[in-house]
Design a protein around this ligand. Sequence first.
Ligand SMILES: [Zn+2]
Ligand SMILES: [Zn+2]
Length: 149
Amino acid sequence: MYLVKDKAGKQFLVALYLDNGVEIPAIWKKHCFPGSVIAIMYATSHSFADGQHGVRVEELENIKMIPCSLDTLLRIGDDLKKPTTSGECASCKSPASLRCSKCSVVNYCGADCQLRDWKERHKLDCVAIQKVVEWKGRNWKRFNEYWMN
Ligand SMILES: [Zn+2]
Ligand SMILES: [Zn+2]
């Protein structure tokens, strides 16, 4: 169970009700920290037995732990809208010729900048970017089907 805030700052609970045998991924411990983001698909308001309100999640594939703040996530979203074919170094703003091989989004002028940025910031950003890209690539038709059924 997680205590979260929505964009407007309203606090509520997110409760997981998973099938027997479905385990929470160990990586969540690393990705879930105060201020990090939980993204939920098909989220609907739920009243729990004890009178509290929140969101009930039954399928693990509908929830993602994103290891960055909401501000960072929004910045990543903006970055993803920019064309990635050309670009400037994410660290020193020089013309970039390299790209992070993990996320294929962030550009660097060279290995020094990449290494520095990785230690300072990109290590967690990179995971967040990959998750955003993964979600953007989902079959969103299923979303409509979900509500039609
Ligand atoms: Zn650079
Ligand atoms: Zn990356």
